[in-house]
Design a protein around this ligand. Structure first.
Ligand code: BTN
Length: 327
C-alpha cells in the first residue's frame, strides 16, 4: 500500500526532510499520489511538516498499531503483520491463519482481546491498555528443545522492555515477566503437531504486556498481582514503539534458536529471580514447599526439598515467596 511505503520512507529519514520528487522517483508513482498519501497520513494523526524545496518530514506519529508503524526491513518475524483493534485471542487468530503455505513470521497484534487465554486453560484478562501479540514460528530442531522457546521468549520480552523503558524486568520461572513483584507480562506457547507423525507443524508464541492499565482496569482479583508499565514508571511507552521492539527481540530469538542455546541460557539465569527463593510447588492436590536452587541446561527448575533431596521440574505450578501474592 502506498501509504505504508510513504510512511516507511519518512521514518527512515529520522526527521530529515525528503522531497516529494525524490519520493515519487523512489516509489515509482506520481507526485500527486505522494501528496494524496501524505494527506491521508495527516488525517490519521501523523504530524508531517512540509517546506518548499526541502520536502516532507515526519514530526510526530500517533500511537497506532498499524503495519506502517511496526514494519521494519529485514525482519522475518513480523514480515507478515496483521494489526487489529480487537480480537478474541491473537493466538487463536494466528492459528486460524496458519495453513501450511503461510511461512513462519506471521504476527498478529491487537489492542484488546475478548477471549484472551492463559496457561493451564485459564483466561487472560486483556482490556484496552495492554499489548497483545502472537507470532507463528517453525523452528528447525528436535521436539524436546521446543519447550525452551517459552523461556527464551521471556528473555526477549525483558530485552524489549529494557530497550524502550530503560529498566529490565525479571523472570519468574518459567516465563512470567515481573516488575516490583507483580506480573507485567504473560506468555503462552502453543504447539501444533502432525496427527500421524507427531512432527512439529508450528509454534504460536503469544505475549500479553500491560502498558497503561490502572487498578480499576485490572479489577479487584487481578490488581494485587498485576502491574502495568504506567503504574511502575509513571508513564507508558507508545504501544507501537514497544510492539516494534518486541518484534526486533523475537526476530533475534528466532535467528538464534536453538543454536545460541548457551548464550540465552546464561541470560535467562541472570534474569530469573526464582532461584534462591522459597517455592511452593502445586501438583494436583499435593502442595510441597522447597527452595529453588538452580535452572538446569534445559531451562528446568531444580528444587531442593526439606529432606535435602533434589528434583528437576520442567513444568508445573510454582509459587515463589515474595512474588505475585505468595507471602
Ligand atoms: C499466562 O500468564 O497464563 C499466559 C498469558 C498469555 C497471554 C497472551 S496475550 C497474547 C496471546 N493471546 C492469548 O490469548 N494469550 C496470549
Amino acid at each position: 500500500m502506498l501509504r505504508d511505503e510513504v510512511l516507511a520512507l519518512l521514518k527512515a529519514q529520522g526527521g530529515v526532510p525528503l522531497s516529494g520528487e525524490a519520493m515519487s522517483g523512489r516509489l515509482g508513482v506520481s507526485r500527486a499520489a505522494i501528496w494524496k498519501a501524505m494527506e491521508g497520513l495527516r488525517q490519521e494523526g501523523y504530524v508531517i511538516s512540509s517546506a518548499p524545496r526541502r520536502g516532507y518530514a515526519l514530526e510526530e506519529s500517533p500511537d497506532r498499531l498499524s503495519p506502517g508503524e511496526l514494519m521494519a526491513p529485514g525482519r522475518k518475524v513480523g514480515a507478515n503483520l496483521v494489526c487489529l483493534d480487537r480480537v478474541d485471542s491473537t493466538n487463536n487468530e494466528v492459528k486460524r491463519r496458519a495453513v501450511d503455505t503461510v511461512p513462519e513470521g506471521l504476527v498478529v497484534v491487537a489492542g484488546e482481546q475478548t477471549g484472551g487465554r492463559g496457561r493451564r486453560g485459564r483466561s487472560f484478562l486483556s482490556p484496552p491498555g495492554g499489548l497483545y501479540l502472537s507470532a507463528l514460528l517453525k523452528p528447525d530442531c528436535p521436539l524436546e528443545q521446543v519447550s525452551a522457546l517459552t523461556a527464551w521468549s521471556a528473555v526477549a520480552v525483558c530485552d524489549a522492555v529494557e530497550g524502550v523503558c530503560g529498566i529490565r524486568p525479571s523472570i519468574k520461572w518459567p516465563n512470567d515477566v515481573i516488575l516490583e513483584g507483580r506480573k507485567l507480562c504473560g506468555i503462552l506457547t502453543e504447539l501444533e503437531l502432525e496427527g500421524e507423525t507427531a512432527a512439529l507443524r508450528y509454534v504460536v508464541l503469544g505475549i500479553g504486556v500491560n502498558l497503561t492499565q490502572t487498578e480499576a482496569d485490572f479489577g479487584p482479583e487481578v490488581a494485587p498481582v498485576a502491574i502495568s508499565l504506567a503504574q511502575a514508571l509513571g508513564r507508558a511507552p507508545r504501544r507501537a514503539e514497544l510492539a516494534a521492539a518486541l518484534l526486533d527481540a523475537l526476530d533475534r530469538l528466532n535467528r538464534d534458536f536453538p543454536r545460541q542455546w548457551e548464550c540465552w541460557l546464561e541470560r535467562y539465569r541472570a534474569d530469573c529471580i526464582t532461584v534462591g527463593r522459597q517455592v511452593k510447588v502445586l501438583r494436583g492436590q499435593e502442595e510441597r514447599v522447597g527452595t529453588a536452587v538452580g535452572v538446569d541446561d534445559q531451562f528446568a527448575l531444580v528444587v531442593r526439598w526439606a529432606d535435602g533431596s533434589e528434583e528437576t521440574l520442567s513444568s508445573g505450578e510454582v509459587s515463589v515467596r515474595g512474588l505475585l501474592g505468595y507471602v
